[in-house]
Design a protein around this ligand. Structure first.
Ligand SMILES: [Zn+2]
Length: 90
């Protein structure tokens, strides 16, 4: 029984880490993945969201990239400096 609880807790933590990286709600996904561990697959497949302070949208290709990124990993273009400054103030 205890082993099962630990496994569910690990599933929840993994789910919340993936959710956070994708700009989604980590606590919500922690609970969801702890209840239904299969949801880890769902969050791993879901596309990332634009979330304030963690991700932003590339102005060239409209893909979601990390907030601190200066070069888009999808199209390889350098992001305008104004955009980096404005986003980091928020
Ligand atoms: Zn791009």
């Amino acid at each position: 029984m205890l082993r099962y609880v630990i496994l569910l807790a690990i599933a929840g933590i993994v789910g919340s880490i993936i959710a956070r990286r994708k700009g989604r709600h980590p606590i919500g996904w922690f609970i969801l993945c702890a209840i239904v561990p299969l949801l880890i697959v769902v969050i791993a497949v879901l596309p990332p969201l634009v979330s304030k302070g963690y991700t932003k949208k590339c102005p060239y290709c409209a893909e979601i990239i990390k907030k601190d990124a200066m070069v888009c990993k999808h199209c390889g273009r350098e992001l305008p400096i104004e955009m980096i400054k404005v986003k980091s103030k928020m």
